[in-house]
Design a protein around this ligand. Structure first.
Ligand code: 5GP
Length: 190
C-alpha cells in the first residue's frame, strides 16, 4: 500500500536491525486519515472472503482493525491481554510471548462473543515471529470459528512470521513488507 509505504519511509525510525518505531502515526500518535485508508485497503482486499468479524489484539491493533471493521460493516472483537492467569470458564485463554517486550501474557476472548459460525479476519500492526497471530488463531479455533485471512500493516519479511503462518495455509496480506532494517536504514521488499 503506497500511502503506508511512504509514511514508513518518511516517519518510521529503525532502532536497530530488528525493531522499527512507528510512534508518530500508529503506536503512540495515530494518523486518522491514514487509518481510514488502511481500513479501506484491507476491506477491499478481503471483500470476497465472507468475513463475519474483524479480530485484533489490544492495543496497537485496535485503530487499524476499527477502520477495517467500519469499512467492512462488521463487528470488531478485541483480544485482551491480561498479565496473570485468571481462570474463567467463560473465557478462551492462551499464552503468547511478546516480541517487543520479551515477556509472556495471557490472551483472552469471552466465549459468548464468538461462535462456530464466525469467519474472522485478524488484523495486527506488525508481523515479526508470528506469535501474536498464532495466539489469536489458537483462540479462534478454541471457539470452533474459522480464520478467513490475516491483515498486517507492517511485515518484517526477514523474520519468520510469514513463513510460519503460510505453512499452516493462512492467507496473509501485508500492506508494507520490509526486507531489511538497520540503525536508520529501512529497505522495502522490491
Ligand atoms: P510477533 O508476535 O509476530 O512476533 O510480533 C508481533 C507483535 O509484536 C505486534 O503485535 C507488535 O505489537 C509487536 N512488534 C513486533 N515487531 C515490532 C516492531 O518492529 N516495532 C513495533 N513497534 N512493534 C513490533
Amino acid at each position: 500500500m503506497k500511502l503506508l509505504e511512504e509514511k514508513v519511509l518518511q516517519e518510521g525510525i529503525a532502532v536497530n536491525e530488528n525493531i522499527l518505531k512507528v510512534d508518530s502515526f500508529i503506536n503512540h500518535q495515530i494518523d486518522p486519515v491514514l487509518m481510514k485508508a488502511i481500513g479501506e485497503d484491507f476491506a477491499d482486499h478481503f471483500k470476497d472472503c465472507g468475513i463475519t468479524k474483524v479480530v485484533t489484539i489490544e492495543s496497537s491493533g485496535i485503530a487499524p482493525a476499527f477502520s477495517t471493521a467500519l469499512a467492512m460493516q462488521a463487528p470488531l472483537l478485541i483480544l485482551k491481554k491480561s498479565p496473570s492467569k485468571v481462570l474463567n470458564e467463560n473465557m478462551y485463554q492462551t499464552i503468547v510471548t511478546s516480541y517487543t517486550k520479551g515477556a509472556s501474557y495471557e490472551l483472552t476472548l469471552a466465549s459468548h462473543l464468538i461462535s462456530e459460525h464466525d469467519h474472522v479476519l485478524i488484523i495486527d500492526d506488525f508481523l515479526a515471529n508470528g506469535e501474536a497471530a498464532t495466539g489469536a488463531i489458537r483462540l479462534i479455533r478454541k471457539a470452533h470459528a474459522t480464520v478467513a485471512g490475516i491483515g498486517i500493516l507492517i511485515e518484517k519479511s526477514f523474520q519468520p512470521g510469514r513463513a510460519k503462518l503460510e505453512e499452516q495455509g493462512f492467507s496473509i496480506y501485508s500492506q508494507v513488507r520490509i526486507a531489511k532494517l538497520d540503525k536508520d536504514v529501512i529497505e522495502l521488499m522490491p
